[in-house]
Design a protein around this ligand. Sequence first.
Ligand code: SAH
Ligand code: TRP
Length: 338
Amino acid sequence: MTVTVRSYLGAEDETSLGDDVLDGLTRPFKELPPKYFYDEAGAALFDRICELPEYYPTRVERAILAERAGELAALTGAAEVVELGSGTAAKSRLLLSSLADAGTLRRYVSVDVTEGMIRSTGASLAEEYPGLEVHGIVGDFERHLGHLPAPAGTRIVALLGGTIGNFTPGSRRRFLRGIGQLLGPDGVLLLGVDLVKDPARIEAAYDDAAGVTAAFNRNVLRVVNRELGADFEPDGFDHVAFFDREHEWIEMRLRAQRRMTVTVAGLGLTVEFAKREELRTEISAKFTPERLAADFAAARLETVELMTDSDALFGLAVARQSAPRRFRPARRRALAAV
Ligand code: SAH
Ligand code: TRP
């Protein structure tokens, strides 16, 4: 049994949390960066979100994978799965099992900011799949992908759960372009995307009756309190989730119930909130096949297949690097025009 775990989070990450929070809280429209949701408490709350009746993405994505994992194994013959934002890897097991059955699986590499999850998931997988090499990376998938080990054969890079929707459009394309570089000539990206649908259905998924999503949203204030010595009163903020029809994304906010002065001791910062002022904490973009194709094209990727459920609630896209073009007509024309 071989489990290797490497952590790339260090002192500079505490600095970057401070810088991000300073930027976010001093903007004209206040916001906090979403990756800080997932401390151990946040990760546990997210697990509960995945079980909620309103939160369809997890169930539907799992059902698509359950049905198509065999095909994916046959299509790719992959030797390794590199999973970004792996969490508990609950759904990735479907893929790993198909690859193991096909006899091609050698290694599982996971990248997540939450160390506890990298360790516990890594240990469980090594037990469940005898002979599987497990390599865990505790790090930020926006900054530490350079630390991935060299490919152990054909690769599947998996980004599940609609996490790609949490990027704003420009960083989304930049991130996809970076992933393209990891695929090699035969590798594929397996990307879970939530699809545009009835806004009421989407809003319910991010504002459940039991209040778990609200607790998850407020948890980011507890993280800032702990890490930066702030004195946010999480219960003084209401959870807000609404679908922005123009951008086709859901936006999560926290709304101050009354006027508040918050001190962030670690930054020497005092922040005023007006009554009902909102702080943006997360966006979660929803996709159409056209938007996805445009993002892929901008990242020099192309869709091999877009798998969906019969109600078209969620999509699992398989993409590969676009074939390099031998001629670059646009560029040649530009030169000719000079
Ligand atoms: N893939 C799982 C979990 C999705 S939740 C699923 O589909 O259910 C998003 C996951 O990404 C969390 O585990 C969180 O800790 C991780 N994450 C969020 N931002 C990250 C970042 N910048 N770098 C690495 N991991 C991140
Ligand atoms: N990637 C998940 C999503 O966009 C994360 C998520 C689910 C989330 N529920 C949330 C993030 C509520 C913030 C608040 O669906």
